[in-house]
Design a binder for this molecule. Structure first.
Ligand SMILES: C[S@@+](CC[C@H](N)C(=O)[O-])C[C@H]1O[C@@H](n2cnc3c(N)ncnc32)[C@H](O)[C@@H]1O
Length: 194
């Protein structure tokens, strides 16, 4: 199963009608659309992206299903935007790396990713779920992936979070930096989710 599908299955287990959900990397809007559907008309989706094109694509996707009323789209750096947010979210999603279909010049980076993740304990509901997908094959992806792993281990060891790492087995004759598979982190302050 692809990790993107696994993200959607976890979201379906946790998100209920009326919940609030946060997409910290809206991209082309696939995760936002799925969350907007699960939370229903009484729920609230906040979707953030640094790129105007990503916000536009996400807005179009949400509009195509009539989900704009339940959605707030914010253009900016998630490390800054999350600091301004209040309230709690039942699900927070980061899909790192670059926007599929883009020129791949704009990627998520260690400092802003960790800065944004540091806001998550304040914003995530105690029975909420954090899903972070990291990619290691593109330039800059491996150090970011290692920084996310360190962050997750700290949450597990110091704050007692449940943290689950999903790393697909890729059958290939030789593992090189270019074909390292992505990793999905599933984390929660109280829910033991595998
Ligand atoms: C892999 S894509 C996300 C895909 C998206 N989840 C989807 O369903 O289509 C990563 C996104 O992160 C965005 N991004 C990169 N750095 C960012 C930052 N500091 N703050 C917010 N978004 C950022 C990129 O513009 C890109 O659209």
């Amino acid at each position: 199963m692809r990790l993107t599908q696994s993200v959607h299955i976890h979201l379906k287990e946790v998100l209920k009608a009326g919940d609030s959900a946060l997409d910290a990397t809206a991209g082309n809007g696939h995760d936002s659309l799925h969350m907007a559907e699960l939370i229903g008309p009484l729920g609230t989706l906040v979707a953030i992206d640094l790129q105007a094109k990503a916000i536009e694509n996400t807005r179009n996707k949400l509009a195509s299903k009539d989900y704009l009323e339940r959605s707030k789209l914010l253009k900016g750096n998630h490390a800054d935007v999350l600091k301004q947010l209040n309230g709690t979210f039942k699900a927070i999603v980061f899909n790192l790396g670059y926007r599929p279909g883009s020129d791949q010049k704009l990627i998520t980076e260690v400092d802003s990713t960790i800065g944004a993740l540091n806001e998550v304990p304040r914003l995530l509901a105690p029975n909420g779920i954090l899903l972070v997908t990291t990619y290691r094959a593109h330039k800059g992806g491996l150090p970011e992936s290692i920084a996310v792993e360190d962050w997750m281990r700290k949450q597990e060891q110091s704050d007692g979070w449940f943290v689950h790492k999903i790393e697909p087995n890729v059958i290939q004759s030789k593992t090189t930096h270019d074909n390292l598979p992505p990793i999905l982190w599933v984390a929660s302050p109280t829910l033991s989710i595998c």
